[in-house]
Design a protein around this ligand. Sequence first.
Ligand code: M1P
Length: 255
Amino acid sequence: WRGLIQEDSMQRIFMFDIDGTLTPARQPMTEEMTELLTSFCARNRVFLVTGSDMRKVNEQVPQEVKSLVEGVFTCSGNAYTIGDDIVYEHSFVAPEGLVGLLEDWLEHSCCPVKTGGHLEYRTGMLNYSTVGRNCSQGEREDYEAWDNENGERKILREKILHMWPSLDCAIGGQISIDIYPKGLDKSQAYNRIKGENPDHAIIFCGDKLMPGGNDYPFFRAMGANQTKCRPIDMAIPVVDWRGTKRFLINCDKKP
Ligand code: M1P
């Protein structure tokens, strides 16, 4: 009985990554997901947590979904908004030499296509892409395949971590890396919402939960906070928005 009572009274908060989890990377949410998520948000407490900035969120997440979520963490947790109100925004000044390293890397990279828009200064972080943000969808997919074979982003990440121990660096999407001060990552989103809701179970869906991925710090923060007592927080790995769709449908099924 005790278990059942705890189960019934346990409140859940759902937190979702966006690119690769709710939408294809840098693509708008499909109509199917929009419909499902709108209905889910109307019945559950939902927050979004992305490496991207708000401009990209607005391009990808329909207003009907945005109006139903409780809050949106952007720029890897370095900015937090509720509705139209900015709750906080962090700043980031790239340490000496970092931009120079990225420029040299760009010049020497064997990546076959470079399109411009390689550095993006965002709130609290810097985003770097060798193929560049001006690439077409085809060039984006080609870069991802090339990077999977050549490991460019993993190697660049290791180099940055080695040269600047005060920085962290993560692979979030298909073509770029996110760079920010150590600890100022998506764990900020977990810590904030868990801090405000210690009695709630947090359930987080992400496609980059593995070490080096930009959802990993969120997962680590959950682990650091976890005791063997309820509520147990859960991280749900997905490979794409279809996996998240299956998760949402399963959530609604009665045991
Ligand atoms: O939100 C995940 C990532 O989405 C984009 O990744 P990419 O352009 O590489 O596919 C970027 O906005 C990136 O910063 C972000 O982490």
